[in-house]
Design a binder for this molecule. Structure first.
Ligand SMILES: Cc1cc2nc3c(=O)[nH]c(=O)nc-3n(C[C@H](O)[C@H](O)[C@H](O)COP(=O)(O)OP(=O)(O)OC[C@H]3O[C@@H](n4cnc5c(N)ncnc54)[C@H](O)[C@@H]3O)c2cc1C
Length: 379
C-alpha cells in the first residue's frame, strides 16, 4: 500500500524536492561540520509552507495530516537530505503537538505560531540523565509557589536544545518518580535554566543535541500545557506520530541507500565487470529492496490507521521496529557494497549508516517497542 497519491501530494513532493535541492544540498556538509542548522533555514522552510505541514492553518500551520508529513520526510531523504536534518528542522514536530492539542490560545500565540513561522525554535525535553525509557520515573520536579512553578532537575540528549528558544519540558508535579507528570513550556533565558553542554554524537551531526539543567527556575503556571498531571497521557498520545515519523525516516533512508547502492553497483567495475553482473550482488540488492518495500507498506498501513484516529499502539511499535530493522540491514549492506569509499566522509551512505543508528534508540528504543508488542500479545 502506498500513501494515497493526490495532486496536492504530488505538488508537495515537488515543492520538497526543489527546496532540498536549492536550500539544503549545497550546504549540508557545512552544517554537519558546524553541528547545527542555521536559523535562516527554518524561516525559508516556513516561507515555502514546509515547516507547517501537519499543523492546522488555525494555529499558523499549512494544513495536512500525518501522511502529508510523511510525504515531506520521504522526499527530503529521497532528494539527498537526511534523518539528522529532519530531526533538527522539524523538532517543532515533537515540541508543539501537546500545546496544539491543549488548545491553549495564549501558548499557541506565543510559541506555536512563531515556531511554525520559523522565527522561534522549540524542543521537547523528556529524557533525563537517570533514564529515558522509563518516562514515569522522571525526577525533574516542579513545585507550585503562588502563580509560578519552581523547577529543579536536568534533561539530556535534547534535540535542538542548544538553539531552542523554548523547551516543552516534562516535569513531575508530585514527588520524584511518582509518574504525576505535567508539561511546562520553559523560555531560554529564564534565570536558573542553562544549556550545559553541546553533546558530540556518532551521527545526526547537523542536529544539535544538549544537556539542560534547571536550578530553581520560576515558570509561570500559565506556561503549563493542559491541566496538571495530564503530562504522561499527553506524551504517550503524541508518541504515535513521533514513532511513525521515525519509522518513515527509517524506510526512506533504506530506500535512498538502495538507490545509491544500485547506482554504485552498475558503475563500479571489479575484475573487469560491473558489480551488478555478479549474482551475489544482485541478490543482495534484491534483499535490500524487498525489506525496504515490506517496511514501507506496513508503515503506510499503520500510519493510515493512526491518521484515522484508530488506537493502534501495538502496530505503531511493530512499524517502528520493522522499519528500523530493514534500515539497519540496508545501510550496512549499502556501505559494504561501496567498499572503501563507503567508509569515507564523502560517501552519502557513510552519513546514512551513522544517522540510522539513532532510529532504534530515539522515541522509544527497540526493546521498549518489544515490551509494547508483547503486552499487545497478552504476554
Ligand atoms: C541523538 C538523540 C536525540 C534525542 N532527542 C531527544 C529529545 O529531543 N528529547 C528527549 O526527551 N529525548 C531525546 N533523546 C533521548 C532518547 O529518547 C533516549 O535515549 C531513549 O528513550 C532511551 O533512553 P536512555 O538513553 O535513557 O536509555 P535507557 O532507558 O537507560 O535504556 C538503556 C537500554 O536498555 C534498554 N531497556 C530499558 N528498559 C528496558 C526493559 N525494561 N527491558 C529491556 N530493555 C530495556 C533500552 O532499550 C536501551 O537499549 C535523544 C537521544 C539521542 C541519542
Amino acid at each position: 500500500m502506498t500513501i494515497v497519491d493526490t495532486p496536492e501530494r504530488r505538488q508537495l513532493r515537488e515543492l520538497t524536492r526543489s527546496f532540498v535541492t536549492r536550500e539544503v544540498l549545497p550546504h549540508l556538509s557545512d552544517w554537519e561540520r558546524a553541528g547545527e542548522l542555521p536559523r535562516s533555514l527554518h524561516e525559508s522552510a516556513a516561507k515555502v509552507g514546509l515547516l507547517g505541514i501537519g499543523f492546522p492553518e488555525s494555529v499558523g500551520g499549512s494544513g495536512g495530516d500525518l501522511l502529508d508529513s510523511m510525504v515531506v520526510t520521504e522526499e527530503i531523504i529521497r532528494s539527498g537530505g537526511s534523518s539528522g536534518l529532519i530531526a533538527a528542522l522539524f523538532t517543532h514536530g515533537i515540541a508543539l503537538p501537546h500545546i496544539v492539542a491543549a488548545q491553549d490560545e495564549a501558548l499557541i500565540e506565543r510559541y506555536v505560531r512563531p515556531a511554525l513561522a520559523g522565527t522561534m525554535i522549540g524542543a521537547l525535553a523528556i529524557t533525563e540523565p537517570d533514564g529515558g525509557s522509563d518516562v514515569a520515573g522522571i525526577r525533574t520536579c516542579a513545585v507550585r509557589d503562588g502563580d509560578h512553578y519552581v523547577v529543579n532537575g536536568a534533561k539530556t540528549y535534547i534535540t535542538s536544545g542548544v538553539r531552542a528558544d523554548f523547551v516543552t519540558t516534562a516535569v513531575c508535579t508530585d514527588f520524584p518518580g511518582s509518574g504525576s507528570l505535567s508539561l511546562l513550556v520553559i523560555d531560554k533565558g529564564t534565570p536558573g535554566f542553562t544549556v550545559g553542554r553541546r553533546l558530540e554524537k556518532l551521527g545526526w551531526h547537523c542536529s544539535d543535541t544538549a544537556e539542560l539543567s534547571f536550578a530553581d527556575v520560576r515558570v509561570p503556571v500559565s506556561n503549563r500545557v493542559g491541566p496538571e498531571d495530564t503530562g504522561f497521557l499527553a506524551i504517550m498520545q503524541q508518541f504515535a506520530a513521533e514513532r511513525i515519523s521515525l519509522a518513515t525516516q527509517a524506510y526512506a533512508t533504506a530506500q535512498r541507500c538502495v538507490d545509491l547502492a544500485v547506482r554504485w553497483s552498475r558503475d563500479r567495475q571489479t575484475f573487469g565487470r560491473p558489480l551488478v553482473a555478479r549474482q551475489v550482488v544482485r541478490h543482495r540488492l534484491a534483499e535490500m529492496h524487498s525489506r525496504t518495500e515490506a517496511a514501507r507498506a506496513y508503515v503506510h498501513e499503520v500510519a493510515e490507521r493512526v491518521a484515522a484516529g484508530q488506537p493502534v499502539v501495538t502496530e505503531v511499535a511493530i512499524a517502528k521496529n520493522v522499519a528500523v530493522s530493514a534500515c539497519d540491514f540496508v545501510v550496512d549492506a549499502a556501505l559494504q557494497l561501496h567498499g572503501g569509499f563507503g567508509y569515507m566522509r564523502d560517501a552519502e551512505v557513510e552519513r546514512h549508516y551513522r544517522d540510522a543508528r539513532l532510529l532504534g534508540i530515539g522515541g522509544g528504543a527497540t526493546e521498549i517497542m518489544n515490551e509494547i508488542i508483547a503486552k499487545g500479545m497478552g504476554l
